[in-house]
Ligand binder design. Structure first.
Ligand code: GDP
Ligand code: MG
Length: 747
């Protein structure tokens, strides 16, 4: 038999717990008469110790002072924490009043977070809890907290043997429970990560505490830890850093950092309680409870969420429309101005007007919509509603084989897939995580929005019979389709390549709070700036490359011929004009002129289109046309779709460049939207198929790169690209063919 830690030496169990949780009763039940009472060294706080023998192990039991927390605010708290940390008892037994779980779990959480000692929870007073009609899922509680939980009734000495058995087993390392990690929300986690890095850099050490714990304590302004840190070599600078973080947090939340952190812990606990506890009736209802009563209602919850999302997208669309039109007009005027002020027709002019202004301008003009989208997202996030959505979606998510927590990355994905893939880190189960990573790109990210707005705006004008904006409905439908597809795919993955049980875990439910203007402004600013920066760098570079490949080679076989026809037509038009002027302008005369003139324009258009068709990009598009032809797209759209793999916005900028080149009008003052409407090839059905393709097809390069990084293998990004491509093509094919067969939207 292998030797056990508990075999010979005396073995210590420290009892911790809230006042009135039944600690003394438990202590008495365990130790019987073998106990003595004194004072803690140096202070007049009662110290009780007792001993017993269980299964041959001699055990010392120390009754710690009852506390609600392990901060350093009171003598009792400091004694308890110091004892746990310095005297290193083999096991801490946290006594919890089962009829008052929520409050008691706060201390439990802190002991577990402390992470220095093995912990067992005595779920005491379960008789009272039962009497009150509370149903507690003990196994789930244990699983979610990552420590063993033993139900006890100290007054009648029930569960004592099980408690001691468990404590011995834990001390012998027979329990290999996972560690829990509370997520404190993005803002605070950012500061924690910053401080952790500082702590590691400054090599500040403290009694086996993890850098993360120290960072949290510094943010909480824990006096003991501050003092300790201050006494270290690089401590002063670390303290200054932590003060900066605290100031940053309290200015964002308009509350002291320690209170915000406590709120987050309570958020974790409310999430946990929701999973493990069923109470007969709510007796005390806080404001948060009352709001939750409506927003998280079993029946109303999901429709309300859909309504909020609908409002968000309609507002993004309708409020964003006027400023978008201004920007659009401004870029058009800029293009016209540049082409008028540059002499003759040059390649440089084409690069600036067709490439840069047509392409980048086409992306930048959607900035107002992007700002509104992020305004909506950050309001939903900062109020605490987004966390609820995970709950509302939990049942649906379980149906698709995932946990409600997987919904959060989906929501983040509506901003951008890259942080969304990173947000899957909160999922501890690997298969859950991969499944979520695979479906996250189906959430329509901000970069898809310009594509939707362009196409929906062009092909679905006006209002429906109920006075709703048709384009708004189409855009909203795209978001919904993405989510539905995600659900279906997740279910598929979880029952095939990623089969496995779903691991339960806690979702934080922070209290509702009014978002501060500052944190919203910061969110929006970050996103808007990223969008503009992307337009000014990556998109600009891609646009230049795409312009180049669309412009060169500048001639094609038979161009001489067409050009001769063009100059003949132009000459004819000029002659006609001279003729009209000499006779005086008349109705028939100007009709004749119009006919000749439009013939010249037509030839001009033919030349531009033929040039594009024979350019590098044109050949490229032609090469891939067979792939896209079955779903209704010619080589022009193929170029846009392929270039969209680099970044989804590029679909719009490429279309901008294509139409700007093909539309051989003076200075490109036709908007892209108008040019697409004018294109005989396009119709509402194709617009929808195009949107679907942009929604579903291969995630952008940045997303694939982050998938590679997060999964640390090439397998998943490759799989992700392949399955998205196949799915997109398949769905587009079905929609296009069915639409054609039924004659919907082809006129
Ligand atoms: P302490 O403040 O944590 O030391 O709690 P005590 O041991 O003094 O207990 C507080 C009260 O709860 C006493 O009246 C106990 O008799 C009672 N009590 C303790 N454990 C239980 C239990 O498991 N069930 C019930 N019904 N009462 C208990
Ligand atoms: Mg007591």
């Amino acid at each position: 038999m292998k030797a056990k830690a508990t075999d010979n030496k005396e073995f210590t169990i420290a009892l911790a717990g809230n006042p009135n949780s039944g600690k003394t009763s438990l202590f008495n039940a365990l130790t019987g008469s073998r106990q003595h009472v004194g004072n803690w060294p140096g202070v007049t706080v009662e110290k009780k110790e007792g001993s017993l023998i269980h299964n041959g192990a001699s055990i010392k039991i120390v009754d710690l002072p009852g506390t609600y927390s392990l901060t350093a605010f009171s003598m009792e708290e400091i004694i308890s924490r110091n004892y746990i940390v310095d005297c290193k008892p083999e096991v801490v037994v946290d006594v919890i009043d089962a009829s008052n779980l929520e409050r008691n779990l706060y201390l439990a959480l802190q002991i577990i977070e402390l992470g220095t000692t093995k912990t067992v929870i005595a779920l005491n007073m379960i008789d009272v809890a039962k009497y009150m009609g509370h149903k507690i899922n003990v196994d789930l509680l244990s699983e979610l907290l990552g420590v063993p939980v033993v139900p006890t009734i100290a007054r009648t000495e029930k569960g004592m043997k099980e408690l001691l058995d468990t404590a011995l087993a834990v001390a012998d390392g027979e329990s290999n429970k996972k560690e829990i990690k509370i997520s404190y929300g993005k803002e605070i986690e950012d500061e924690i990560a910053r401080l952790e890095a500082e702590i590691e850099r400054a090599a500040v050490k403290c009694e086996g505490f993890s850098p993360r714990w120290l960072a949290v304590k510094l943010l909480e302004n824990d006096l003991k830890i501050r003092k300790h840190t201050g006494s270290m070599d690089n401590g002063a600078q670390l303290l200054a850093e932590s003060d900066r973080s605290r100031a940053h947090i309290s200015s964002l939340f308009r509350q002291d950092a320690e209170l915000v952190i406590a709120d987050m812990r309570y958020g974790f606990i409310s999430g946990l309680i929701r999973e493990v506890l069923v109470k007969p009736v709510e007796n005390v209802r806080t404001a948060t409870d009352r709001i939750d009563g409506i927003l998280m209602n079993r029946i109303l919850g999901a429709p309300l969420f859909a309504l909020f999302m609908y409002i968000a997208f309609t507002l993004t669309f309708t409020l964003g429309d006027p400023p978008m039109q201004w920007l659009e007009a401004a870029f058009e005027r800029l293009g016209a101005f540049v082409s008028v002020s540059m002499p003759g027709e040059s390649l440089l002019e084409s690069l600036i007007v067709d490439g840069v202004i047509g392409g980048v301008g086409g992306v930048v003009m959607f900035l107002p919509n992007i700002i509104l989208l992020f305004l909506a997202i950050s309001i939903l996030e900062d109020t605490g509603y987004m966390a609820r959505v995970a709950f509302i979606m939990d049942r649906a998510m379980h149906f698709m084989g995932l946990h409600g927590k997987s919904f959060i990355p989906m929501l983040v994905g509506m901003g951008c897939s890259v942080p969304a893939v990173m947000a899957t880190r909160t999922l501890e189960n690997w298969k859950d995580r991969i499944a979520t990573i695979l479906i996250v790109p189906l959430a329509s990210c901000g970069a898809r929005l310009p594509v939707y707005i362009l196409l929906a705006g062009a092909f679905f004008p006006g209002k429906t019979s109920w006075g709703l904006s048709s384009a708004g409905i189409v855009v909203f439908a795209m978001y919904l389709i993405g989510i539905l597809l995600a659900a279906v795919m997740a279910r598929l993955f979880r029952s095939t390549i990623l089969r496995g049980p779903d691991a339960p875990f806690v979702m934080e439910l922070p209290p509702y709070r009014l978002p501060t203007a500052k944190s919203i402004v910061i969110h929006i600013w970050e996103r808007a700036w990223m969008y503009v920066k992307k337009a000014g760098t990556i998109i600009l570079a891609l646009t230049a490359i795409i312009w180049f490949s669309m412009t060169f080679p500048t001639s094609y076989p038979g161009m001489k011929n067409d050009e001769a026809r063009l100059s003949a037509a132009v000459e004819a038009a000029a002659e006609k004009w001279a003729e009209i002027e000499s006779v005086g302008v008349s109705e028939t005369g100007s009709d004749d002129y119009d006919a000749v003139y439009s013939q010249a324009r037509e030839i001009e258009g033919t030349i531009a289109a033929a040039k594009l068709e024979n350019s590098f990009a044109g050949k490229f598009g032609k090469f891939f046309e067979p792939v896209f032809r079955p779903i209704g797209f010619d080589w022009k759209i193929s170029i846009a779709l392929i270039s969209g793999l680099a970044a989804k916005e590029v679909v719009v900028s490429t279309l901008g460049t294509i139409y700007s080149i093909v539309d051989a009008d003076e200075g490109g003052e036709t908007s892209l939207r108008q040019a697409m409407i004018n294109d005989q090839q396009m119709n509402p059905l194709k617009a929808v198929v195009l949107m679907l393709f942009v929604l579903i097809s291969v995630p952008c390069v940045a997303t694939l790169a982050i998938i590679k990084k997060e999964t640390n293998s090439w397998k998943w990004p490759i799989f992700s690209a392949a399955y998205h491509m196949a799915l997109a093509w398949g769905i587009c094919f079905l929609v296009y063919r069915i639409g054609m067969a039924l004659g919907i939207g082809v006129g």
